[in-house]
Write a protein of this length. Structure first.
Length: 254
């Protein structure tokens, strides 16, 4: 790590590009040991607790989580890291990994920022918004950094990546502290962690999420909200299906 770079510099973009481009069901890559060890510890030590007042709580049938996108409330080490991950130098690094040019960061952290999920929490399968409601740019990439101090696979929370007709989970990305997941967003990038967490009460699934955008492509979707969908095994009662549509903005504003 250099003085101004908080990342583990062992990750070469050309190698990551090979994995990103070839992975199914849509381009993605998991990067282990993403942050330099001392940066990781400094962020884990100050990550807000569930009782802190910064959080907005989602608590409904399809999502149970805590989120905060106001960088003014973030502890200094976290804010410093996010500024770096939104910098021109890091954008060039992402362009080299993904082959997507013209990337821009989101100063609003719309839908991103800090996420915390406790025992019983979940996030149903969904597609992300396509067009940013303020910047009017197209969302192209998600970067999620997992930050719990410990995590066991039996606690769940793995990121599920499904095929485009939502008939099969093609990939599960396990939660590993200091693992980053970078994936392309679009009309086939169904993802989520829809099974309730089984972690101890004192443990939480902590993460930072950042999104990267470009000028809209000619055929890009106009979706400004996440589109929630059911897995084959999920409850599809009319009430719950109506709620999914309402939450997704299909039946008006939620």
């Amino acid at each position: 790590m250099t003085q101004n770079n908080p990342l583990n510099l062992n990750h070469q973009p050309d190698e990551l590009n090979k994995a990103f481009s070839s992975n199914k069901p849509f381009p993605h890559v998991a990067i282990d040991g993403f942050l330099a060890p001392e940066v990781l510890v400094s962020i884990q030590d100050v990550f807000p607790k569930p009782a802190d007042k910064i959080w907005f709580e989602y608590n409904n049938q399809i999502e149970k989580k805590f989120a905060c996108d106001d960088i003014r409330t973030f502890p200094a080490p976290i804010a410093k890291l996010i500024h770096y991950l939104n910098s021109e130098g890091f954008l060039k690094y992402l362009e080299a990994i993904t082959g997507i040019t013209g990337l821009q960061s989101d100063p609003y952290l719309h839908g991103g920022g800090l996420h915390l999920i406790k025992r019983g929490g979940k996030l149903d399968m969904h597609l992300d918004y396509s067009i940013h409601p303020k910047l009017h740019l197209e969302r192209r990439l998600n970067l999620i950094i997992y930050l719990p101090k410990e995590w066991k696979s039996e606690w769940g929370g793995d990121l599920q990546l499904w095929n485009e007709d939502m008939t099969e989970c093609v990939k599960r990305v396990d939660i590993i502290p200091n693992r980053a997941v970078l994936f392309e967003t679009g009309d086939i990038s169904y993802h989520g962690h829809p099974d309730p967490l089984n972690c101890p009460e004192e443990v939480s699934r902590n993460s930072i999420a950042l999104y990267y955008l470009t000028e809209p492509r000619p055929n890009s979707s106009s979706r400004q909200r996440a589109l929630f969908v059911a897995r084959p095994q999920d409850n599809k009662s009319q009430e719950l299906e109506d709620f999914r549509k309402k939450r997704s903005g299909v039946l008006g504003v939620y």
